[in-house]
Every structure is written in structure tokens, then in C-alpha cells.
Design a binder for this molecule. Structure first.
Ligand code: NAP
Length: 472
């Protein structure tokens, strides 16, 4: 019997579509799912000469893959991944490779690689972005692990991945170890930030200018045709223009409860940054914004107790639209810079040697944050001096801020003056102002700390550590 070139476990939306994508590129793939009925139904609908999986037990599934085996796991992140690995182990042989393509926490990936290595089993943590549609039509793929394993998987990854703006595959070897899942985690953190920044723009336009959802869509459409062009702006137009099926003539978005869900990747990004002493305030604020949105009952109780500021001295909408566009662009660029900084810091301490030009390139297609801005960042990193330590240290990037900073200040102050909460727009701005300022008030903090706790301080005019007896 002809053996499959690769196996895949997990036939929910992502796994099913990834398997179909792989088969459509002419690779022979065999699939397996814990619940056998799902496998049967899937194969009945999509099975073909390249896609098989009628087999019910794991032993037969593993035996039907050519050796050394490549087996993709696409199941729910967390314990299910460990469960699948344990189930597989009795049937695996030396040099078989498990590729975890789910949204696993990168520290779990380190643990699993360490657990499997002494058993002779290869393990790759591989980020896959784009959701179900792009798993089928071409996701952005972020594989971590050894170069040798990447080389073996590369023909399949390259065939199934999305295309970047120049037509190359949206896949690259991110680095060794858990770097692939780390970069996917930060991708999702940036996604949280960008979506919240856009949500704040939507909120501003409806509250300050009383615009309807379709009217906001018209403004976002002009943005999407310029430097803010992105998948998220494209799908915004569809979300904002969708009519509700229950309320005659209303917009569906107006009937969606304002309580956001989350699966945890944004929180992981913020926590990891805190543990590494890296600043990602916009990503953290985006997580907090979802948390506050979830406090629907409390917000409902507090809202009537506080009178909101009424609109005054508002510029005409025609003047506000370009200000907001520049404010959004700079806020989003600042959020990217924070995510990239986290990757740079982790890559240095974990010895991953991640290439940020390549990461920008593979995010140009297939993934949720794909956007025009990534083409700019890709080129900026290619042009950057060797060993550049921060996105803001690249002259083209700083120039982009120089041309937008005045509008960014203006639009932020107008919004704040009218009492609208824009935590990600303001934190993006504060991050930029703060990291480009060589005079912080930390000298004052150090004085206070030394006063109450004898924590000592350094001086600007001489070497050493000092403590002062502050009270007479
Ligand atoms: N959905 C998205 O848009 C998206 C985008 C990017 C990445 N991801 C990631 O991709 C992975 C798959 O996502 P998904 O949405 O397709 O599926 P999911 O809902 O996260 O997981 C369902 C799959 O996991 C299997 N499973 C759960 N517990 C199991 C266990 N203990 N042992 C064996 N199998 C188990 C289920 O098998 P049964 O059928 O037997 O229950 C089913 O195949 C996740 O890590 C997810 O975070 C999802």
C-alpha cells in the first residue's frame, strides 16, 4: 500500500482545512481525529487520491506514514497536545517528527521538545496564522525547531503557505527551539493591539460625530486604500456594512453585545513581556480593554452615575478624518515596535537569532495582521544598520513618526478632551514619547525609594552607588 508523505491529527476547522490545502498541492496526507465519526465524515466529503483517513486506530494511522514520519498535530492547545503526544509515543520510531501547528504556549513547546529529545523523537513548534479560511487557501507559517527538520518540511510548507507582496511563500525558518510559537504569540499580541486601536477609532467616530456603522465603513474604506491598507480594515468594511437580519434596516454590529472574548495569546504576550522587563503597553492595554468590556454589569451600573462631556469645539469631520488616519497609523506602528522589541529581546536571551525582515515579510500574506505597513517594515529592516536594537532606531521609521506626530497629538487630545477612552491610542503615543526621551523622572523616583527604603541611587556626575540620610 502506498504510504502517505505526512500525517495530520485534529480535524476541527484548522486541521481539516490545512489537510485539504496540503492534499490540493499534490502531497499524500493521511488524517486522524480522536472522534472517529469526524474522520469518516471528513473523508466522505473531501477524501481523494492524496487525502485518506478511513483508518480508525492510531497504530494503523502511524504505520501508513512513510518513515521517518512527519505528523502534524492541530488540536486544542494545552493538555490535548500532551494527550496526543502520549497516545502517539508507543507507535513512533527514532527520528519521527511531530509538528505542533496549534497555538501552543511557547514554554510548553520547550518542555515538549526537552521531553521528546531523549526518546529520539523530533519536535517542531510551528505557528500558523490566518484562521480557517487561510488554513485552506494559504496561511502564514512560523516554524521553529532545528534547521534539519525545517528543511524536511520546507517543500510542503512552501507549497501551502500564502504569498507575500512579491509572490514568495509566507514561511521562513524562525529559529531553533520554541521561537516559532513565540513569534506566533507576539503576532497575536500585535493583533490584539491593532484591533483595539481600530475599535477606538470606530468608537470615536460614532460618539463624537454621531456616525452610523455604514458611514464609518465609508471612512475606513478610504483608510484601507492608503497606508492603513490591511486585512483587518478590509473585513471591518464587511462587519460595519452588514445589515441585521432581525431588525429591519439596522446594522448587525449595533446589536452585538459589547463584551469581547479572548483565548489568552494577548495575555501571554503581556505577561511574557513583564517577565522579561520589556514594554508592550499597547498590547497590555488591548488585553485590559477586553477585560473591562467583559465587566458589562458594572459598566451598566456606573454609567448613569457620571455625566459624559458633551461635544464642543469639534473640528469639521473633513478635517478630523485625515488627523485620525495619521493618529491610527502612528499608533499601529508604535504597537508593532513594541511587539518587535519583545521578539528582539527574547531572541537575544534565548539565542534564536530571529530575522525581523523575514518575519515582516511572512506576515505580508495569510495572517490576520497582514497589512501594507509590513512591506514598509520589511524594507526598513533590510535597510537597517546591522544589529539595530529597536524599530525606532531605523531612520525611515523615525521619519514616518516625524510626519505624523503633530496630527497624532492633535487627534488624541481632541478625543481625550471629549471623554472617550482610547487606552491603546494613548499608550502607543506615550510609549513613543517615553522611549524617545532621554530625561525621565526616574531620578525623582530613586530619591523617594532611597528615602523610605535605603534602596540607593546612582549619580549623573560620578561613578558609584549612593545613599543619603534624607531627614535631619
Ligand atoms: N480557529 C482558528 O481560527 C485558529 C487560528 C489559528 C490557530 N488556531 C489553533 O489551531 C489549533 C486547532 O484549532 P481549531 O479551532 O481547529 O480546533 P480546536 O477547537 O482548538 O480543537 C478541536 C480539536 O482538538 C481535538 N481534541 C481536543 N481534545 C483532545 C484530546 N484530549 N485528545 C485528542 N484530540 C483532542 C478535537 O478532537 P475531537 O473532534 O475528538 O473533539 C478536535 O479535533 C488550536 O491550537 C488553535 O488555537 C486556531
Amino acid at each position: 500500500m502506498k504510504q502517505a508523505q505526512i500525517g495530520l491529527i485534529g480535524l476541527a476547522v484548522m486541521g481539516a482545512n490545512l489537510a485539504r490545502n496540503i492534499a490540493s498541492k499534490g502531497f499524500d496526507i493521511v488524517v486522524y481525529n480522536r472522534t472517529a465519526e469526524k474522520t469518516q465524515a471528513f473523508i466522505k466529503e473531501y477524501g481523494n487520491e492524496h487525502l485518506s483517513g478511513e483508518l480508525q486506530d492510531l497504530a494503523t494511522f502511524v504505520a501508513s506514514i512513510e518513515s521517518p514520519r512527519k505528523i502534524i498535530i492541530m488540536v486544542q492547545a494545552g493538555k490535548p497536545v500532551d494527550a496526543v503526544i502520549e497516545d502517539l509515543l508507543p507507535y513512533l520510531e527514532k527520528d519521527d517528527c511531530i509538528i505542533d501547528c496549534g497555538n501552543s504556549y511557547y514554554r510548553d513547546t520547550i518542555r515538549r521538545e526537552t521531553y521528546l529529545a531523549p526518546k529520539g523523537i523530533r519536535f517542531m513548534g510551528c505557528g500558523v496564522s490566518g484562521g480557517e479560511e487561510w488554513a485552506l487557501n494559504g496561511p502564514s507559517i512560523m516554524p521553529g525547531g532545528s534547521v534539519a527538520d525545517y528543511v524536511k518540511l520546507s517543500p510542503i510548507f512552501s507549497a501551502i503557505a500564502a504569498r507575500d507582496f512579491n509572490g514568495s511563500a509566507c514561511v521562513t525558518h524562525i529559529g531553533v527551539g520554541a521561537s516559532g510559537h513565540f513569534v506566533k504569540m507576539v503576532h497575536n499580541g500585535i493583533e490584539y493591539a491593532v484591533m483595539q486601536i481600530m475599535a477606538e477609532a470606530y468608537d470615536t467616530l460614532r460618539k463624537l460625530y454621531n456616525l452610523s456603522a455604514p458611514e464609518i465603513a465609508d471612512i475606513f474604506e478610504t483608510y484601507s486604500q492608503g497606508k492603513l491598507g490591511s486585512y483587518l480594515f478590509d473585513i471591518s468594511l464587511k462587519v460595519l456594512r452588514k445589515e441585521d437580519e432581525f431588525q429591519d434596516g439596522g446594522s448587525l454590529v449595533d446589536y452585538i453585545l459589547d463584551r469581547a472574548g479572548q483565548k489568552g495569546t494577548g495575555k501571554w504576550t503581556a505577561i511574557d513581556a513583564l517577565e522579561r522587563n520589556v514594554c508592550v503597553p499597547t498590547i497590555a492595554e488591548a488585553v485590559f480593554a477586553r477585560n473591562i468590556s467583559a465587566s458589562k454589569k458594572l459598566r451598566g451600573e456606573l454609567a448613569p452615575t457620571f455625566t459624559k462631556v458633551s461635544a464642543k469645539n469639534l473640528p469639521p469631520l473633513s478635517e478630523f478624518i485625515p488627523l485620525l488616519e495619521n493618529g491610527l497609523y502612528a499608533s499601529i506602528l508604535s504597537a508593532y515596535a513594541q511587539g518587535y522589541d519583545l521578539i528582539i529581546q527574547a531572541s537575544t536571551t534565548e539565542w534564536w537569532d530571529v530575522n525581523l525582515a523575514e518575519i515582516s515579510r511572512i506576515w505580508e500574506g495569510g495572517c490576520i495582521i497582514r497589512a501594507e505597513i509590513l512591506s514598509f517594515l520589511h524594507q526598513a529592516f533590510l535597510d537597517a544598520p546591522a544589529g539595530v536594537s529597536h524599530l525606532f532606531a531605523i531612520p525611515e521609521v523615525m521619519n514616518a513618526f516625524q510626519t505624523t506626530i503633530s496630527d497624532w497629538h492633535k487627534v488624541t487630545s481632541i478625543i481625550i478632551e471629549h471623554g472617550i477612552a482610547v487606552p491603546t491610542i494613548t499608550s502607543s503615543l506615550s510609549y513613543f514619547e517615553s522611549i524617545t526621551d532621554d530625561k525621565h523622572p526616574a531620578n525623582y523616583l530613586q530619591g523617594l525609594r532611597d528615602f523610605f527604603g535605603a534602596h540607593t541611587y546612582e549619580r549623573t556626575d560620578r561613578e558609584g552607588t549612593f545613599h543619603t540620610q534624607w531627614s535631619e
